[in-house]
Ligand binder design. Sequence first.
Ligand SMILES: [Zn+2]
Length: 449
Amino acid sequence: MKTFLLIVVIGWFAVGVLPGKEPPKKSKTVEGIVARISESHIQEVVEKLVSFGTRHTLSDTASPVRGIGAARRWIKSEFERHAAGSGGRMTVAFHESIVPPSARVPQPTNVVNVVATLAPWQQDPTRRLLVVGGHYDSRASDPMNAESDAPGANDDGSGVALVLELARVMASMTLDATVVFIAFAGEEQGLLGATQWAEMARREGWSVEAMLNNDIVGSSRGGDGSVEAGYVRLFSEAYSPTDTGAVFRMRNSLGLENDGLSRNLARTIHDVAALYVPAFEVRMVYRRDRFLRGGDHSPFHGRGFAAVRFSVARENYDWQHQDVRSEGGKEYGDLPKFMDFEYCANVARANAAALATLALAPAPPQGVGIVTSQLEYETTLRWKKGTESDLAGYYVRYRATTSPTWEHTVFTTDTTITLKALKDDYLFGVQAVDNEGNASLSSIPRPVR
Ligand SMILES: [Zn+2]
């Protein structure tokens, strides 16, 4: 709060006048959601997922106790239990696709995502979608081995437990956007389930505003003996494949290489997490994923949606993608006993803060422009007024071109502002804010006359 006031004061000097109204405060609703995240609940879910023996995409689908079929029926029943408290706004379904043979799928296979959709309190005319996901399939040492135990506690029981926990704490919320909670299948066989869902979203023209992928988010002990429980990595890519031609040339000429869709989302998540979960850091990494590796956010980013990946600060390669065994006095396998559930709960809190904030916030401002009629020493921005009934105003954000995060914030109820900040030296963004202080993603201005 102190930082916020300081920022406002800086803003006051910058513009000379602080428009009318008191700036909105930290949202009580989001604080309440974050406070409800339960470490023990996350642990129970991980242990239950491990109890299915293997959740390999090609494993048994008929058994009531072992294999991917039993696992997805249980995940669906958990979503349905949470949906019961949603007043009918949360619906749960399997999303099934028969995928053709590929490198890790020898025959056509039914890949089944488990999807819970939480609709807003009133139908959102633009149907803004926010997606949070983790993958429920698992693997052993051999990626084609569908028989032996593949507990997948951390990879990615942790992500699925987090998604179920978010569905539980958010089910009764009244939101401005639709939130889609997904347990993906087929990640280990080639990002199959996420690709099917992202492709459906692209084909249908759905407006996916953000996708948060959680994959390996529940451990703090690295294989090199290091321990890091203070932060989680958040991976984001710079350019979208849709940033081609004139869009690419504009981005490049204006120095907007760190303001692409996914990196802009990462910056917002970093900010919101710092506000609501200050003892735990979301640390941005400017890279698609870990070096030469990938995850379920990529099919989303690759189709022009903002998508990022959370993953632990320290990995242990003996405890992922390994048959459960002891060898040379060393234990291998992805078991719950190697996890840190307090850490996992912190990652869930960071996700909850970001997801709830974006889902409560008005839509990001449209038509944001940086006015360039002549060479001048000030910067004028303008945008279109939103139509939400709880819209309170806008945060105008700016930062030095070399800063990864926003440094200055000015609140205004107007739809234009002139800042005493030279546009050569700063990058700008505008967020829509509701009465409670929930701010949208930043819209990055384009040059306008
Ligand atoms: Zn994984």
